[in-house]
Design a protein. Sequence first.
Length: 126
Amino acid sequence: MVRLLTAIACGAALAVAAGCGESDQEQAREVVQEFVDARGSDDFQAECDLYSESYLAELAVEDCAAFVEEQTSGADAGELSIVDVQVNDARATANIDVTRESEGGPVRIGLLLEREDDEWRITGFQ
């Protein structure tokens, strides 16, 4: 019985450690992918959950999800694709191409990210 409990504890520790072993590049890219997924599915709350506390304070809105929905309503969201993610210490930038049928080619938007409480968060747009 002790061996079984030890094996279970070791397995759980390895599973947790595997997630923690991601590089900053991988972690930042995951946040960018979560943004792309949230924007693509009109999940405004999920998008807001990726914003840093400082960016939310800068927006100075009571309901971030309603604000994002209002800002994007009526616009063709298009197809978003990650071009690249560059990490420099505790800051990162990401380029995303937005392709809309109504436009000739993709439009590039940039995301700014910073580490906040050991998690990557979106701090603004370029």
